[in-house]
Write a protein that binds this ligand. Sequence first.
Ligand SMILES: [Fe+2]
Ligand SMILES: [Fe+2]
Length: 260
Amino acid sequence: MRVLFIGDVVGGPGRRGLKAAMPLLRERHSPDLVIVNGENSAGGVGITEKTATALFDTGVDVITSGNHVYRHREAYDYLDRAERVIRPANYPHANPGRGHVVVEAGGVRVGVINISGAVGLQVARSPFHEVDNILERIEADCVIVDFHAEVTSEKVAMGWHLDGRVAAVFGTHTHVPTADGRVLPKGTAHISDVGMTGSRTSVLGVKPEQALEALITQMPVRFETAEEDVWVMGAVVEVNSKGQADSIEQVLLPAPTSDR
Ligand SMILES: [Fe+2]
Ligand SMILES: [Fe+2]
C-alpha cells in the first residue's frame, strides 16, 4: 500500500499546481491513498468547503490541516460535516471538526491522525499524550500522522515517540522541506517537513517583497499569494502488511505549466 502525502497547498496557485501535477504523480508513484495538508488552500490562509472540494476533485482522499484551519468562519459547519477533512486532534474537544479519520485504501483500513506541535503553537493538550490516546482506540491496520509543528526538535522527537507504532509521520507547517526523510529502526517512516505546494518565488507562499516589508518595517502588511514557479512537495511511503514502512521517498516536483 502506497501513501502519497503532499505538504501545505498554498492558495489558487498551489491548488492549480497540484491539479496539473497529479497525473504525473499517479503515473510515477501509483498511490493507493493521497493525503494533502490544506490549511493554506483558501487564499493562502485557511480552508473552505470550496477549496477542500477542489482538492478532492483532483483525486485527494484525505485533507489534513493545522493552525490556520479556523481562519474562515463559514468553514466551521463544513469541518463538522466533512469526515475526510481533519484538524489537529489536540485542539479543544469542542472546536469544529475532528482530529482523525479511518479510511479504506489498498484493501486495508488506514487511520490518518492530525496533531499539532506544542512549541510555538497553541494547543489544548500535549501532542505526545494525544497521539498515544488516539492510538489506543483507533481501529486501523496502519496509521499515518501529519505532525503540524514549528520546530525540528519536536518533530524529530515525535518520530522517535511513534517509531514502530505508526507507518509514517509526515511533518508539515514550516513550508520548507527537510532532507531527513528515512525509515526509523522500528519501521516508521519520518520526515521533519515535507514542504509546501506553492510558489517558490515566495516567502512560505507570500510574495517576497511583502514578506520582506513586514519583516523589515515590523508594520502590518497585506499579504498576497505568490504565483510563480509552483512546486509540489511531499513524500511517498510504501507501507507493508505489518503496517510499517518499507521506504520513504521525497517528492519535489515543479508543477507542469501547460494546465495553469
Ligand atoms: Fe501551512
Ligand atoms: Fe501551519
